[in-house]
Design a protein around this ligand. Structure first.
Ligand code: S3P
Length: 431
């Protein structure tokens, strides 16, 4: 994929349904008592992996465009699969599904592509084992073999890393426990699982005491219901940053999910003085949504930029850090990101992918074990490796719009992992 410098981005790009919320809708619908219709389901390859795994477990699923109908089989109705469940590139699929399978009376095997097989899995095998399932990994990685148990033991578990995927795996397993399971998080992570469980009629208690304590009582019935998934703010972030970096840009994102545990990028943009309007605030799928309009550019605030992102902010924009790194090259005082060592365990080692590619484009960058510092830099076109990482491919496509000369993204197809059609939609708004 080749890109050239642009002068602005203008328009109303059509974003896919939120990937994180779509996974949860399908997974919980599968164990509900009856049919759930989900509109605006994410077309991402990751969510297709979730649907395919659920089909292998005996769940009937009909897909009609972006509408998905899931015939729920109930909490104990999943069927033993004779094949290894292939979670593809999707960390959310393998970790959340592991939580559900831990509470089933049969054995399951889960695997994924090379990237997924290199990502840490002891973070879910430890709590699920404490709950009474047997989870055997391959040196802490997938493939995983899970011998489930019903009922599971309720546990109280403090998250060792701020991860919504670990929290969600435990809460989903907690549905199959004979008592109340509590997850304690020291920094808030995305709360889509809690909201989705509530939408399916399940009571989830949340209490601030020595961290945030989220509790679920096992044995509650899962009631199906219809829903429409909000547009994906992480997919929208590429357009937000492109607009912010180019004066004259004007981008509107409709029905965007603006859950406070996901929308820290909007706060960062505001802090940077970007003109950003939040309109038509609404609620869809037990999630806050809004129309978000961003106008370029950054010049007004080129002096005196608060250019550090760290601490409890990180989990709420963890997936936006590759595109924020690109934004950093356009800030007068650059951008420092710290406390983000989790980036090393994503679809690629994102700190390393960001550093290598920014350097190729002529940016001055310093690498830290838990982040990086990027200086204000004039970018030049280069041949970029996407490192089989969708967010790296899309972030550097935007960098290509800001760079002199031509930028070529090797392996750009991986953008479909979260955002099929991204490059066409981007070209459609480029001026
Ligand atoms: C996700 C949680 C985050 C995020 C990932 C999706 C989710 O991962 O990076 O893209 O849907 O729960 P962690 O929870 O492991 O940080």
């Amino acid at each position: 994929m080749k890109l050239k410098r642009a002068s602005a981005v203008v328009g109303t790009p059509e974003l896919p349904g939120d990937k994180s919320i779509s996974h949860r809708a399908a997974l919980i619908a599968a164990i509900a008592e009856g049919e759930t219709r989900i509109q605006n389901f994410s077309a991402s390859a990751d969510c297709v992996s979730t649907l395919n795994c659920l089909r292998e477990l005996g769940v009937q699923i009909k897909v009609d465009g972006s509408e998905v109908a899931v015939m729920g089989v109930g909490k104990t109705g999943l069927r033993l699969s004779n094949i290894t469940l292939d979670c593809g590139n999707s960390g959310t699929t393998i970790r959340l599904l592991a939580g559900i399978l831990a509470g089933q009376d049969f054995e399951s095997s889960l695997t994924g592509d090379d990237s997924l097989k290199s990502r840490p899995m002891e973070r879910i095998s430890t709590p699920l084992t404490q709950m009474g399932a047997s989870v055997v990994s391959t040196d802490g990685h997938a493939p995983l073999k899970i011998q489930g148990r019903n009922p599971l033991n309720p546990i109280e578990f403090r998250l060792p890393v701020a991860s919504a995927q670990i929290k969600s795996a435990i809460l989903l397993a907690g549905l199959h426990a004979n008592g109340e399971t509590t997850v304690i998080e020291s920094a808030p992570t995305r709360d889509h699982t809690e909201r989705m469980l509530e939408l399916f009629g399940i009571e989830v208690r949340s209490e601030d005491r020595d961290g945030k304590r989220i509790s679920i009582r096992g044995g509650q019935p899962v009631s199906p219901g219809d829903m429409k998934i909000p547009a994906d703010i992480s997919a929208g972030s590429f357009f937000m940053v492109a607009a912010a970096c180019m004066p004259g840009s004007d981008i509107t994102l409709r029905n965007l999910g603006v859950n406070p545990t996901r929308s820290a990028i909007v706060d960062v943009m505001k802090r940077l003085g970007v003109e950003i309007d939040i309109l038509n605030v609404d609620n869809q799928c037990n999630e806050p949504t809004a129309t978000v309009r961003i106008r370029g550019g950054l010049q007004a605030t080129r002096e005196n930029v608060p250019a550090r992102i760290s601490g409890a902010f990180i989990p709420n924009l963890i997936d936006e850090i590759p595109i924020l790194a690109v934004l950093g090259t356009q800030l007068a005082n650059g951008l420092e990101v710290r406390d983000a060592s989790e980036l090393r365990h994503k679809e690629s080692d994102r700190i390393s992918s960001i550093i290598t590619n920014l350097k190729l484009m002529g940016a001055e960058v310093t690498e830290f074990s838990d982040g990086f510092y990027v200086k204000s830099s004039n970018l030049r076109g280069a041949r970029i490796d996407a490192y089989s990482d969708h967010r790296i491919a899309m972030a550097f496509a935007v960098a290509g719009l800001l760079a002199d000369g031509e930028t070529e993204i090797e392996g750009a197809d991986c953008a479909a992992v979260s955002f099929p059609g991204f490059f066409e939609i981007l070209q459609g708004v480029v001026r």
